[in-house]
Design a protein around this ligand. Structure first.
Ligand code: C2E
Ligand code: MG
Ligand code: MG
Ligand code: MG
Length: 282
């Protein structure tokens, strides 16, 4: 990994210099002004507690209301931002919005935990844990009701820096989740060394629980391993009742997926929660 920073603060690669295309630089410049102009929005997808099907939390998923291209999903700009110095601005903007929204819901009588996705660049910045603490205080939030979902592909780059940042965050009471577990490179080594509270099984594995014996064996082994390490297990990408039943039988604590709820704009959450709690209570 030989990242170099050019005069625009964009990481370039010695082997593939053409990745710094004009289009990417334009995208990053637009994103920088877009963040300042408040063009980022969050949609929220519930995490469901099992087996009772309570609402265990809401994961914030970023979207960019681009003035020309319309509403963009994270895959259209997060990977580029990850390679630049914009990731910190983006994550702080997302945390600020998510904690502000959590406070608004709390003041309206819905006290619900939130989760925010955090990319690699943030944990490499030694100032990040303190910034999270400031945002928690600014929004009168409870640290234990904020989960940071970390994508594992990062850890391979600088595992010591990651462990240090995560330790500081965890000492403040923030929960740490490992996202998309199993699709990265060195899952086992950092399960051993990183402070963690939660493990999310990637959709790739949950999708195969019913269709292949291998898929079921791998998902079962991940769940057993996580439980042996005292981690809460969340299964991502649940799209049908049979898979939900299977992961309940396998002992998963939480589930997320289109079966229960697609990511919704914040305005849609109260109505969804009301309609969801009716069957759960009966
Ligand atoms: P993720 O954190 O693993 O989020 C789950 C993604 O899967 C979301 O896509 C969600 O809409 C989608 N999904 C949820 N349930 C289902 C399902 O049942 N079936 C299928 N096919 N898909 C499902 P989205 O919103 O496009 O986000 C993609 C990724 O972008 C996220 O994956 C996360 O890694 C990243 N991301 C999103 N928001 C942020 C952010 O604020 N910061 C950072 N750093 N990354 C973010
Ligand atoms: Mg996530
Ligand atoms: Mg995930
Ligand atoms: Mg995933």
């Amino acid at each position: 990994y030989h990242a170099k920073r050019n005069h625009l603060g964009v990481a370039g690669y010695e082997v593939e210099n053409d990745t710094n295309s004009f289009e990417q630089l334009t995208l990053l410049a637009d994103l920088r002004t877009g963040i300042d102009r408040g063009e980022l929005e969050l949609h929220y997808q519930p995490k469901i507690g099992l087996p009772g099907r309570s609402v265990a939390g809401l994961e914030a998923l970023v979207r960019w209301r681009h003035p020309i291209r319309g509403l963009l999903g994270p895959q259209a700009f997060v990977p580029e931002a990850e390679q630049s110095d914009l990731m910190l601005n983006l994550t702080e903007a997302v945390l600020d919005m998510a904690l502000g929204q959590q406070r608004a819901w709390r003041e309206a009588g819905r006290d619900v935990p939130v989760a925010v996705n955090v990319g690699a660049a943030c944990l490499r910045d030694s100032a990040f844990p303190a910034r999270v603490g400031e945002l928690i205080r600014r929004h009168d939030a409870v640290a234990g009701r904020l989960t940071l979902e970390i994508t594992e592909s990062f850890f391979i780059i600088d595992p010591d820096a990651a462990a240090a940042a995560l330790s500081v965050l965890r000492e403040q009471g923030v929960r740490i989740s490992i996202d998309d577990f199993g699709v990265g490179y060195s899952s086992m080594s950092y399960l051993q060394s990183m402070p963690l509270d939660e493990l999310k099984i990637d959709r790739k594995f949950t999708a195969e629980i019913l269709t292949t014996d291998r898929g079921r064996a791998i998902a079962g082994a991940i769940i057993d391993l996580a439980h042996a390490l005292d981690l809460t297990v969340v299964a991502e990408g649940i799209e049908d009742e049979q898979t939900l039943t299977a992961i309940v039988d396998m002992g998963c604590e939480q589930a997320q997926g289109y079966l229960m709820c697609r990511p919704l704009p914040p305005d849609g959450i109260p109505a969804w929660m009301d309609s969801w709690s009716v069957p759960a209570l009966s």
